[in-house]
Design a protein around this ligand. Structure first.
Ligand code: NAD
Ligand code: HSE
Ligand code: NA
Length: 456
């Protein structure tokens, strides 16, 4: 039986597990590939660093280029842009197949790397880059290649889902929940990428590019993270029947915002990542812990849902191993692999064409006429209110008022009241202007939170 040499770059949370499984399951994997997979070297920063898995010391080296020399497959699990980019380009140029889980790199330099793979006639596989263990890259790129995807809605970051879920379920603080996510191996080396939404935005860039057959750039993606979400936001969402999730949303929208409501006209695609209120009965609302889920709407397939472990060393290693086996098998059998299709050239559109609704938290003067003044600003901007809940700071009691009505105004003079408003759907720009105008009213002391609502 032929032997294929596998070089591994990085032995952290994911890389160490990939190495372990390559060694432990060598016979089973050989049967699936039709060749033995020989792990010939592992590039690490420090050969003496403690690791979750004991790896043969003779395989470890701090010289990544030497580790890659002569490899048939290079598996990059170092993360970061450099030296990962340079090493992958060198591996592809040498004719090696490359498997990576590096979404940050693909979101920034994907087109360059895909072209290098195509030029070299080798595969670049990256199933682990989006939603960890969940098969999503190949389903979107290959299985749905004959359909027309119209919407992708995903919980694609395990760390933030873990944090938001813990805040919702146990009242945990943001900091404690983040520390747990780091300990469990879900968070990136620098968790800023997770909590600021950058990791999800990178994944959204990759998904949008595949789903809409167009090369999207990270700069096309609107991105807001979860660092401003407070325990009060989570509690208010819960009281109103919602849960807060960080969603990546890619959807077709009119290319020209003025065409809202028209059934014809050019379509573009808007890609955004932000914390979102979801009704608790929504399918994505029940995605707990570090689990991920991606919901897809396609013209012919209808609605599809992909669910599973979106992060963690062992589950993510599953996606990496899948890519290793399938691309190694292709090396054994010969022939070019499937490549990205980017010929559709749809127009990337910003948030200005997106129709959504807002959940707004306001701290207002608890006085007569305040609700009427706020409702008037909404009416002036053509934005209608679905629900308005009021509670005072002193007793936190809820008082629901449906619609933009002013009854219930100002029973309690003096002090502040907390208002939670959910709007009907409107253009994001109109909603933003409305909030700005409301924030300028004297009776509005603070805009405490602005969150978008989906699926209501
Ligand atoms: N952890 C997850 O759940 C998960 C899931 C999907 C994808 N990923 C991606 O997989 C990759 C690896 O993630 P991880 O969680 O294992 O990260 P990690 O930080 O645990 O591991 C990366 C390892 O690479 C090593 N490394 C970095 N630069 C190096 C260099 N120049 N030379 C040699 N070694 C170097 C580091 O020392 C570290 O041990 C990243 O791209 C990440 O985004 C991670
Ligand atoms: N840090 C990422 C790892 C998986 O890509 C997450 O939390 O989802
Ligand atoms: Na995946």
């Amino acid at each position: 039986m032929e032997t294929l040499k596998v070089a591994l770059l990085g032995a952290g949370n994911v890389g160490a597990q990939v190495a372990r499984i390559l060694l432990e399951d060598a016979d089973a994997l050989a049967g699936r590939v039709g060749a033995r997979l020989a792990l010939t070297g592992i590039a690490v920063r420090d050969v003496d660093a403690p690791r979750a898995v004991d790896l043969p010391r003779e395989l470890l080296s701090t010289d990544a280029e030497a580790v890659m020399a002569g490899a048939d497959l290079v598996v990059e699990l170092m993360g970061g842009i450099e030296p990962a980019r340079t090493l992958i380009l060198a591996a592809l140029a040498s004719g090696a197949t490359v498997v990576t889980g590096n979404k940050a790199l693909l979101a920034e330099h994907g087109p360059e790397l895909y072209a290098a793979a195509e030029d070299a006639g080798v595969q670049l596989a990256y199933e682990a880059a989006v939603a960890g263990a969940i098969p999503i890259i190949r389903p979107v790129r290959d299985n749905l290649a004959g359909d027309n995807i119209t919407k992708v809605l995903g919980i694609v970051n395990g760390t933030t889902n873990y944090i938001l879920d813990a805040m919702d379920a146990t009242g945990a603080s943001f900091a404690d929940a983040l520390a747990d996510a780091q300990r469990l191996g879900y968070a990136e080396a620098d968790p800023t990428a997770d909590v600021e939404g950058l990791d999800a935005a990178a994944k959204a860039t990759i998904l949008a590019s595949l789903a809409f057959h167009t090369s999207f750039d990270r700069a096309h993606v609107w991105c807001e993270g979860i660092t401003a979400i407070t325990a009060e936001d989570v509690a208010a969402a819960r009281d109103a029947g919602y849960v807060i999730k960080l969603l990546a949303i890619c959807e077709t929208v009119p290319a020209n915002p003025a065409d809202q409501g028209a059934s014809d006209g050019d379509r573009g695609v808007a890609v955004r990542v932000h914390p979102t209120l979801l009704p608790r009965e929504h399918a994505l609302a029940s995605v707990r812990g570090a689990y991920n889920a991606v919901y897809i709407e396609a013209e012919y397939a209808g609605s599809l849902m992909f669910y599973g472990a979106g992060a963690g060393g062992v589950p993510t290693a599953s996606a990496v191993l899948g890519d290793i086996v399938s691309s190694a098998r292709r090396r054994v059998l010969g022939g070019p692999g499937v490549t990205e299709s980017v010929g559709a050239h749809v127009t990337p559109v910003g948030l200005e064409a997106v129709v959504t609704s807002y959940a707004i938290g306001l701290r207002v003067a608890d006085a007569s006429g305040v609700l009427a003044a706020i409702a008037a600003v909404f009416a002036d901007h053509g934005v209608s209110i679905e629900t308005m809940r009021q509670s005072t700071h002193t007793d936190g009691a809820g008082d629901e008022t449906a619609g933009a009505q002013s009854e219930g105004d100002g029973e309690r003079a003096g002090g502040d009241a907390e208002l939670r408003i959910v709007t009907h759907r409107a253009l994001d720009t109109a909603l933003r202007r409305t909030v700005e105008a409301v924030g300028q009213l004297d009776v509005v002391h603070e805009v405490t939170s602005i969150l978008r609502v989906e699926g209501a």
